[in-house]
Design a protein around this ligand. Structure first.
Ligand code: PGA
Ligand code: ZN
Length: 422
């Protein structure tokens, strides 16, 4: 795929994300291409993530991104115009150098992420293909679909942030997606029956947020919905505990289900859960500095459950290397805006894939109609994606994009469980 198109124009604007907060959208124009991308935004962000630049002050209650937009239009555009749009690595290097800080705090990782992804889309457009085609592989990922929300994404009593269904054993991505959607609707009826009117309100990622009190109550609900749809053998469960959000630093205890647990106690808690429920994947079981505790639990899970690092690893090659040397994780949750450019995120993915770790490409709780993560998941061939409930436009944008890509790929391109790493 030959491409010599040069960047002609870059234009950033402030748009709204799925939570009604401003975010950065960028258009990139080249000789014969066009690309657009929008930066997502987290709520339960890791301490070591790249910095999202917000204006402060009164506008949008301090959450405006006009400075980040200005950084794109004035500083970044000047540096990138005239560069070959298909030279992603060189462009991302310029973004890193121009920023000059370890956490992209000068230009804002929201600015650099939107530019980097828009450049990738523009480069694909120059070549007349979808973005996934630029990345080398062609595997449709199994979707982790967040059907019950807790933690920082919901206003209920659940400490654990995400309760996901994970349809693995289906012949195609579309049949897996269909199972997820059917379970979602069965779950809605069950929640309405059990918790009454008003209980089917949604959390940030499109999943329900009923007033469940305990972790097991949520898991049992999901299990019944799966059973009612007749998918018990084919659909597993996945959890993102996002444990930093229920960790009390002072007492060094985890506050969950009315208990105050040490890391050891919390380990036992998870081991009991995986004995009782068909959990295939467990993310951020401990707070974000717990490399040793992750490694301890990984050993105790003994190759039966995937142990995923999100806030622990923040898509950062240096932290991933640390996790590899300590045996902390079996998979990385990959979020481009945690590091700030596509090339750095791809480097993180390569590092994991090269050392036998899995990768799950992920959305954020604050999202938009941007569906880049669908293309990235297919193109790096990681076999797993986390994109929320099969409902609400900003979530379905990703799943619907995967349906489009499915049409381009031969039968048998669905990963099933092959992406899972223990
Ligand atoms: P966030 O949550 O986007 O709010 O950080 C997603 C996650 O923790 O995986
Ligand atoms: Zn997470």
């Amino acid at each position: 795929m030959f491409c010599l198109g040069k960047i002609k124009r870059i234009l950033a604007r402030e748009v709204l994300d799925s939570r009604g907060n401003p975010t950065v959208q960028v258009d990139v124009f080249s000789d014969s291409g066009f690309g657009r991308a929008t930066a997502p935004s987290g709520a339960s962000t890791g301490r070591h993530e790249a910095v999202e630049l917000r204006d402060g002050g009164k506008r949008f209650l301090g959450r405006g991104v006009s400075k980040a937009v200005k950084n794109v239009n004035e500083i970044i555009a000047k540096a990138l115009i005239g560069m070959e749009v298909c030279d992603q690595r060189a462009i991302d290097d310029v973004l890193c150098k121009l920023d000059g800080t370890p956490g992209k705090s000068r230009l804002g990782a929201n600015a650099t992420t939107a530019v980097s992804l828009a450049v990738a889309h523009c480069s694909a457009s120059e070549k007349g293909v979808g973005l996934h085609k630029l990345l080398g592989k062609a595997l449709l990922p199994a979707p982790m679909m967040n059907l019950l929300n807790g933690g920082k994404h919901a206003a209920n009593g659940l400490a654990v942030q995400e309760f996901m269904v994970f349809p693995l054993f289906f012949p195609s991505f579309s049949s897996a997606l269909r199972a997820g959607a059917e379970i979602y609707h069965s779950l809605a009826s069950m929640i309405l029956k059990k918790y009454g009117k008003g209980s089917t309100a949604l959390g940030d990622e499109g999943g329900f947020a009923p007033q469940c009190k305990r972790t097991e109550e949520a898991l049992a609900l999901l299990e019944s919905a799966i059973e009612e749809c007749g998918y018990s053998k084919k659909v597993k469960l996945a959890i993102d505990a996002a444990a930093s959000s229920f960790y009390d630093k002072k007492s060094r205890r985890y506050l969950i289900d009315g208990q105050q647990l040490s890391a050891q106690g919390l380990s036992d808690f998870y081991l009991d859960l995986v004995k009782s429920y068909p959990i295939a994947s467990l993310e951020d079981p401990f707070e974000e500095e717990s490399f040793e505790e992750f490694a301890f639990l990984k050993r105790r899970l003994a190759g039966k459950v995937q142990l995923v690092g999100d806030d622990l690893l923040v898509t950062n090659p240096a932290r991933i290397r640390q996790a590899i040397s300590k045996g902390s994780c079996s998979a990385l949750l990959l979020k481009v805006n945690q590091i700030g450019t596509l090339s750095e995120a791809l480097e993180a993915a390569r590092l994991c894939q090269g050392s036998g770790m899995g990768v799950i490409v992920s959305h954020r709780s604050g999202e938009s109609e941007d569906s880049s993560i669908a293309d990235i998941a297919v193109g790096i061939g990681c076999g797993q994606i986390k994109a929320g409930a099969p409902a609400r436009g900003e979530r379905t944008a990703k799943y619907n994009r995967l349906l489009q890509i499915e049409e381009e790929l031969p039968d048998g391109s669905f990963a099933k469980g092959s992406g899972l790493k223990f």
